[in-house]
Design a protein around this ligand. Structure first.
Ligand SMILES: CC(C)=CCC[C@@H](C)[C@H]1CC[C@@]2(C)C3=C(CC[C@]12C)[C@@]1(C)CC[C@H](O)C(C)(C)[C@@H]1CC3
Length: 756
């Protein structure tokens, strides 16, 4: 029987994040609500930056605004708070470095001040411009209070990040304006209380209209706007939860998709199936007039399912997907879709969502499925349910405040990842035995000890999760997803410190073996390693990529970065435990490095999927080669890789690849010139390959040293990271960890070389 039902959220009592909450850490969130049931929103010019504090609860980050003077006095701002907020630190100038190692010491003196109480480093993890909108729409439709200081700083952040020429927003902070970016961020501003006739809104609206209006957005924009009731569900290409009922052996079963895509698809599928729409408000009614070029009542929603502005259409849908969508829309949904099947599918995805929520204590994999799951729980369990309350609380951990305002991070932090690199950097500089740095390193080791995941998730097979026992996540164990390279980098850091005299063995052998056992599950038949899981289906699955704005998102791929991290972790491990799974490890490494060689580009570089771009991956690939003794002078592959890097060194000694390279698969120069992080990656790659001539290295090292500030820090430059080919993401701690690594490696190899 055909099923077409629109479920409208019932009016709810105004929920408060506070009342009954047992978690003191959210106690500064007031019930000054936005939108539904709310009085006129309070939104100010700006907040008082001296009142913001970051709280570190075993690396769960939450930002607190202390309105109360007494509370502010009792909880003073730390160096880290001030640094994140862009406030002056008033640190004294350090003695000017004369050698690269001095420069590392100055860098560490600064970096040490940013270590958080639980032993890790925090950072803003911004870049994508589609995450905050999802979260704000989710809060709005679930009537979640948004305090005035959040609203105010969201407005400030989005205004600061609008493209200066046209007032719109792109997919990420460096991208040109698109419908996705502009429609969603404009909507966000309206939902937090900004007036439609604000000059910046008028400008943004004009840009949106020039781009075709919200009917020209990609799938995910249409999804969120339909949840909000600003577009109609007929404009959304199908997200059938029935796919989750396919037997596991079918080639397209969703459990084989890349974890991020499948978790988002799972939660979206529930709301799509229900055609759930938020309660109507004045703002929603007004948005219907603002976001479109045509009269809202006259829009033929179904006719715009595939309408998309070319700027948003990074990965156009294939004819296969278009045909499937046509069949679903014109045949299956109106005439065939059995109610019982739809209900069964809804029940199963609902259970999968519950397992995800339970396994992460409602933190969820990332802010996209985190936001959608909040809406699902609200729609399913009602406004007062524990699931809704807990999601509201956990969603705060995605937020970050910087000098521009409040944004949404790409994950709930970069804790384990940055800590692992910080430790390794110290090893590369030969400073792990220096008592001056021991307290900082002890805290870091203790942090990684706390964050190791000691068990697999419950119902691992049922919810299609990968083994994780002994592993580490990118952020923290609360999130709980092991990633091949995160496990590897953390494991290397632990082994390095535990094998350094003066450090306790916090992690015993069995826990190290658990990590190795998990790592050994990550290899694909090709020999390469992917991110969260080994590949579960072929890359042909990209034919079903419905997201339009992203590439390489449907399944896992192999990555030189991840593969190298695993190879080097296994190699370091065998040095200390030569007896454990020796043959498995040897074969793994052989096959992995063979794969790395096979994917070298004819120009000599490697394509990077997680950092920009050829420079990043070439650094890793050269390290893979050197781990089996292949270097510039002994290996054709290594020599070609080095020559590739050297061919892009700029006259000032630096490197500066642009994010455009990720999109186009060709090396592109960044218009703003040499970057310290990029320069460090290239130098590290060359040094790993034992590149024999010191001059090019010296020029790069000099550039890094000259960019260091008198207090030891380096300043933020262009964006460093990427995902799914088209979206960029910041790694602010790289300007410390990789610069110091390059300097430290240089200092060790050329102790007597004069650089400046
Ligand atoms: C399209 C969707 C769902 C967007 C949400 C954002 C996530 C997909 C991004 C944000 C951060 C992100 C780039 C990350 C990764 C995967 C995709 C993430 C989680 C991983 C874990 C992949 C493996 C990488 O080597 C590395 C560890 C650096 C990154 C870390 C961040």
């Amino acid at each position: 029987m055909a099923r077409k039902k629109v479920v409208i959220a019932k009016a709810a009592a105004e929920p408060s994040l506070e009342k009954g909450s047992t978690r003191k850490r959210f106690s500064n969130v007031n019930s000054d609500t936005i939108g539904h049931n709310a009085k006129r929103t309070r939104i100010e010019d700006r907040t008082d930056y001296l009142r913001w504090r970051l709280r570190d609860d075993e690396s769960r980050h939450t930002w607190h605004y202390l309105e109360d003077d007494e509370a502010a006095k009792e909880w003073p701002q730390t160096h880290a708070d001030k640094y994140y907020l862009g406030l002056p630190l008033d640190l004294p100038d350090l003695p000017p470095p004369t050698t690269p190692l001095d420069s590392v010491r100055n860098g560490l003196t600064f970096f040490e001040k940013l270590q958080l109480p639980s032993g890790h480093w925090g950072c803003e993890y911004g870049g994508p411009m589609f995450l905050l909108p999802g979260l704000v729409v989710a809060w709005y439709v679930t009537k979640t209070p948004i305090p005035w200081y959040y609203a105010t700083e969201i407005k400030n952040y989005l205004f600061a990040r609008a493209n200066p020429d046209d007032g719109g927003w792109g997919l990420h902070i460096e991208g040109e304006s698109t419908v996705f970016g502009t429609a969603m961020n404009y909507t966000t501003l309206r939902l937090v209380g900004v007036d439609a006739d604000h000059p910046k809104m008028i400008k943004a609206r004009a840009t949106l209209h020039k781009l075709g209006g919200a009917t020209h957005g990609p799938h995910w924009a249409k999804f969120w706007l339909s949840v909000l009731g600003v577009t109609h569900w007929d404009i959304v290409n199908p997200v059938p939860p029935e796919l989750w009922l396919l037997p596991d052996w079918t080639p397209i079963s969703p459990w084989k998709w890349w974890i991020h895509l499948r978790q988002v698809f799972c939660s979206m599928g529930y709301l799509w199936s229900k055609k759930w729409v938020a309660e109507e408000t004045d703002t929603i009614r007004s948005l219907r007039k603002e976001l479109f070029v045509e009269d809202w009542d006259k829009i033929k929603w179904a006719a715009h399912r595939n309408t998309i502005n070319p700027l948003d259409n990074y990965h156009p849908k294939t004819w296969v997907l278009n045909s499937v969508n046509w069949l679903l829309v014109h045949i299956w949904n109106p005439y065939l879709r059995p109610k019982v099947l739809a209900e069964k599918a809804e029940a199963w995805v609902s259970e999968l969502i519950d397992m995800e929520d339970k396994n992460t204590d409602y933190a969820d994999l990332a802010p996209v499925n985190g936001a959608v799951n909040l809406v699902v729980c609200f729609a399913r369990d009602g406004p007062d349910a524990f699931s809704v309350k807990r999601h509201r609380e956990r969603s705060q951990e995605f937020l970050w405040v910087n000098q521009e305002g409040l944004l949404c991070n790409g994950t709930n932090g970069v804790q384990c990842w940055d800590t692992a690199f910080a430790i390794q950097t110290m090893q590369d500089a030969g400073l792990t035995e220096d008592p001056r740095w021991r307290p900082m390193l002890m805290k870091s080791l203790k942090y990684l000890d706390d964050q190791q995941m000691r068990e697999n998730v419950e119902d691992q097979a049922k919810c299609y999760r990968q083994q994780r026992k002994g592993g580490w996540a990118f952020s923290n164990k609360d999130q709980g997803y092991a990633v091949s390279d995160c496990v590897s980098e953390a494991l290397k850091a632990v082994i390095i410190l535990q094998k350094t005299p003066g450090f306790d063995t916090l992690i015993d052998d069995q826990r190290i073996f658990d990590a190795i056992d998990t790592l050994l599950t990550y290899q694909n038949p090709s020999g390469g390693c992917s991110s969260y899981e080994p590949q579960r289906a072929g890359t042909w699955m990209e034919m079903l990529n419905a997201a339009e704005v992203f590439g390489r998102i449907m399944v896992e791929y192999e990555y030189p970065e991840c593969t190298t991290a695993v190879v080097t972790a296994l190699s370091l491990f065998t040095k200390h435990w030569p007896e454990y799974r020796t043959k498995d490890i040897r074969l793994f490494v052989e096959r992995a490095v063979k794969w790395v060689k096979a994917v070298q580009y004819p120009h000599g570089g490697w394509y990077g999927a997680w950092g920009i771009c050829f420079t990043y991956a070439t650094m890793f690939a050269l390290e893979s080669l050197s781990s089996i003794g292949e270097t510039y002078e002994t290996s054709e592959h290594s020599k070609k890789g080095c020559d590739f890097l050297l061919s892009h060194q700029r006259d000032d000694g630096g490197w500066s690849e642009s994010y455009r390279a990720c999109e186009t698969n060709e090396y592109v120069e960044h218009p703003s010139g040499s970057q310290v992080v990029m320069t460090s990656w290239a130098l590290i790659g060359l040094m790993k390959a034992n590149y024999p001539h010191v001059e090019p290295l010296k020029k790069g090292i000099k550039l890094i040293m000259e960019r260091q500030q008198p207090n030891g820090e380096w300043l933020q430059e262009a964006i460093e990271g990427v995902f799914n080919k088209s979206c960029m993401i910041s790694y602010p701690n790289y300007k410390f960890t990789f610069t110091m690594k390059a300097l430290g490696m240089f200092a060790k190899r050329y102790p007597d070389e004069k650089v400046i």
